[in-house]
Design a protein around this ligand. Structure first.
Ligand SMILES: Cc1cc2nc3c(=O)[nH]c(=O)nc-3n(C[C@H](O)[C@H](O)[C@H](O)COP(=O)(O)OP(=O)(O)OC[C@H]3O[C@@H](n4cnc5c(N)ncnc54)[C@H](O)[C@@H]3O)c2cc1C
Length: 412
């Protein structure tokens, strides 16, 4: 009888164990926490955005981007959707983002744990694996609870992100002990810290277009709601820039985010100047402050007026051309020099990890060590906000499990 260990009972570990189980083998999940899926419960603000309809490869980032198409395949995407349907999950789809119909992350966690139990997969909780050693075709897993011996091991221990959920980066050391290299992990999907401190706009949420300029060159644009904080900016669209920013800052590059607070004008075939002229004729005898107050949060209006150096009681038509230009620049390209991001404690994911080229991508088996597999966030793949990190956890876990099982997944 073959014995398979899955280290880590998070998203990728749970699905890997389910796929690995067959009638004859023994599959055991070793989880350091007292329950599985602690991080899963926090995902999507407690609603779990577990998938995205738009699986375009550009939503995933890796140092070896070219290899991603081997994992995010049509067949694998269909298989994951079928898998969740076979567990009874009915998706609620909002703009392509998948949530369980209950809007509860616990629904996803519970169906996975239930399936683990139904397949008679043992879960050993409060079991912290501290070391893996290979001897005579067998893996010895060490812990303070004793040493266990297995034929195959799937490492699903996550990254450094959100360590309070149990992912403290131990998988990187396990990988290193089998001669894998590690691409330096960095916090990703995380708040940005700006050089300029703006107390007055704290806690305001507003729709924007964000443009990221690296060394003065535009490299990415994001549209959506931003949350303004005293020391920077937060929100999904900023998270999606954080991967590029943290990496750029590590390399000593200058990272500037420009905020356009008038995103609704971007699609209209009219210049900002023309729009203000029209608006000040339409809304007669209103000062600049009053024009803005009808559109933006009043506290944000005060910040923008102060920044552009324009007196709040002025009328648009009375401003000099250079004042109008300065004002338009302030509201459409408010510039923030980004000096850092928040740490792993706040990050939803990590970039970096085990290089994809050191893994057999059809099975997630290590190229350095037979019968040893690595899945989930431990690998050098990070997705955008929108369900992509869980998508990768499901697909990679499924591939490793299938390979251990050595046959097709049976959904009955
Ligand atoms: C607040 C938050 C919200 C998020 N929201 C979303 C979202 O809505 N959609 C999305 O796609 N992604 C989201 N993510 C990211 C997503 O949760 C992760 O990418 C995903 O959980 C990674 O899965 P994993 O299995 O690789 O690792 P994890 O889920 O981190 O699981 C690793 C498990 O291994 C265990 N472990 C670690 N070391 C050991 C050891 N030595 N011995 C035994 N057990 C060990 C840990 O306790 C943990 O249970 C969010 C992340 C956070 C923090």
């Amino acid at each position: 009888m073959k014995k398979v260990a899955v280290i880590g009972g998070g998203a990728s570990g749970l699905i890997a164990a389910i796929y690995a189980k067959n009638k004859t083998n023994q599959v055991v999940i070793l989880e350091r926490n007292s329950t599985c899926g602690k991080k899963l419960l926090m995902t999507g603000n407690g609603k779990c955005n577990y998938w995205n309809e738009d699986q375009n490869i550009e939503h995933y980032h890796s140092e070896e981007d070219n290899l991603l198409t081997k994992i995010i395949t049509e067949e694998n995407k269909q298989e994951i959707l079928h898998f969740f349907a076979s567990l009874g999950i009915v998706p609620k789809i909002k703009n392509g983002y998948y949530y369980p119909f209950s809007n509860q992350a616990s629904t996803i966690k519970n169906v996975l744990v239930k399936e683990v139990e139904k397949r008679k997969i043992e879960i050993k909780t409060n079991f912290l694996v501290t070391k893996i050693k290979k001897e005579n075709n067998q893996f010895f897993l060490f812990s303070s609870e004793g040493t266990l011996v297995f034929d195959q091991v799937i490492v699903a221990t996550g990254s450094y992100a959100c360590p309070k959920t149990g992912s403290t980066g131990m998988g990187y050391s396990f990988a290193k002990s089998f001669h894998h290299t590690i691409i330096s992990p960095l916090p990703s999907l995380v708040k940005l810290i700006a050089e300029k401190k703006v107390n007055d706009w704290q806690k305001i949420r507003t729709d924007v277009i964000l443009t990221l300029e690296e060394e003065g060159r535009k490299i990415k644009e994001e549209k959506g709601e931003v949350q303004l904080t005293a020391d920077g900016i937060s929100g999904i669209c900023t998270f999606n820039l954080s991967y590029y920013i943290k990496k750029g800052l590590q390399q000593g590059k200058k990272e500037v985010v420009k905020m356009n607070f008038f995103p609704f004008l971007k699609e209209q075939n009219i210049s900002y100047e023309e729009w203000f002229q029209k608006q000040s004729k339409l809304v007669k005898n209103r000062t600049i402050e009053e024009l803005l107050d009808a559109i933006l949060h009043p506290k944000l209006v005060q910040v923008l007026l102060k920044e552009s150096g324009i007196k709040s009681n002025q009328l648009w038509e009375n401003l000099q051309k250079k004042e109008q230009d300065k004002f338009i620049e302030t509201i459409t390209a408010f510039s923030l020099n980004i000096v850092d991001t928040y740490s792993y404690e706040e990050a939803q994911a990590c970039s970096g990890g085990i290089p994809l080229s050191e893994i057999v991508l059809e099975t997630m088996e290590s190229k350095k060590q037979k019968n040893l597999y690595f899945v989930g966030e431990l690998l050098d793949v990070v997705g955008d906000c929108g369900g992509y990190n869980l998508s990768f956890a499901w697909i990679s876990g499924m591939l490793a499990g299938k390979s251990c099982k050595g046959e097709e997944y049976d959904s009955h």
